[in-house]
Design a protein around this ligand. Structure first.
Ligand code: DX5
Ligand code: ZN
Length: 225
């Protein structure tokens, strides 16, 4: 049984209009976004390229909201210092790309940031167990990372339940975040499965009114028994 708690909505700027980034960020703030999710891709860990420290720094100047930086890169440690300096509040690295996880997480914390790990859809929840008590965030990917606008992988629901269980068993206080295919059609089930923090790119930015969409997503996370 879980105690009721409030959810966090973290819109991903991957789907934003970069020609009007300042307006987009202002809209997210006005809409009550809790965090801004920033997807860093290197064209190696995932088959797509996005942005790095320069964009984090730009977003930092546009908002006081926490910047939740998701590193879909190999050798993530190469970027920790630059991203922390650019204003990241949290950095999440993929376990599939992080052989020295304990050391890498410690370094993120040393830099004053929240430390998170992400699990690809094919990666077992168990990969989080040994470091669970040192985590600020556990991210369960509900699509294969690389692109916005993909469909939620339905079997992830059971994985989210198991991830919540693992956090409880290890007495971890980590946030349980989900990323990929979150929309009005999926968020409620994911919330009920035990997630508390929701990344949403396409759903927010393709909506006629992104502010209203954030509110609509939040409203679907009602009390759970
Ligand atoms: C996927 C990224 C996500 C992505 C989510 O590779 O990590 O953060 O932007 O996008 P939607 O919500 O469109 O699935
Ligand atoms: Zn992401």
């Amino acid at each position: 049984m879980m105690s009721p708690m409030s959810c966090r909505i973290a819109p991903s700027i991957l789907s934003a209009d970069f020609g009007h980034l300042a307006d987009e960020i202002a809209r997210l703030e006005a809409g009550g976004a809790d965090w801004i999710h920033i997807d860093v891709m290197d064209g190696r860990f995932v088959p797509n390229l996005t942005f790095g420290a320069k964009v984090i720094e730009t977003v930092r100047k546009l908002t006081r909201l926490p910047l939740d930086v998701h590193l879909m890169v190999v050798q993530p440690e190469n970027y920790f210092d630059a991203f922390a300096k650019a204003g990241a509040n949290g950095m999440t690295i993929h376990v599939e790309a992080a052989p020295h996880l304990e050391r890498q997480l410690a370094r993120i914390r040393e830099l004053g940031c929240g430390a998170g790990i992400a699990l690809n859809p094919g990666t077992p929840v168990e990969w989080a167990r040994e470091v669970a008590s040192e985590l600020d965030l556990l991210l369960v990917m509900t699509v294969n990372p690389g692109f916005g606008g993909q469909s939620f992988i339905a079997s992830s629901l059971d994985k989210i339940r198991r991830a919540r269980l693992l956090l409880m068993e290890t007495r971890s206080r980590a946030v349980l975040e989900v990323d990929g295919g979150i929309s009005r059609a999926t968020i409620e089930q994911v919330w009920r499965a035990g997630a508390d923090t929701f990344v949403a790119g396409h759903a927010v930015f393709s909506a006629a009114d992104p502010c209203a969409e954030i509110a609509a997503l939040r409203a679907m996370c009602t009390e759970r028994a």
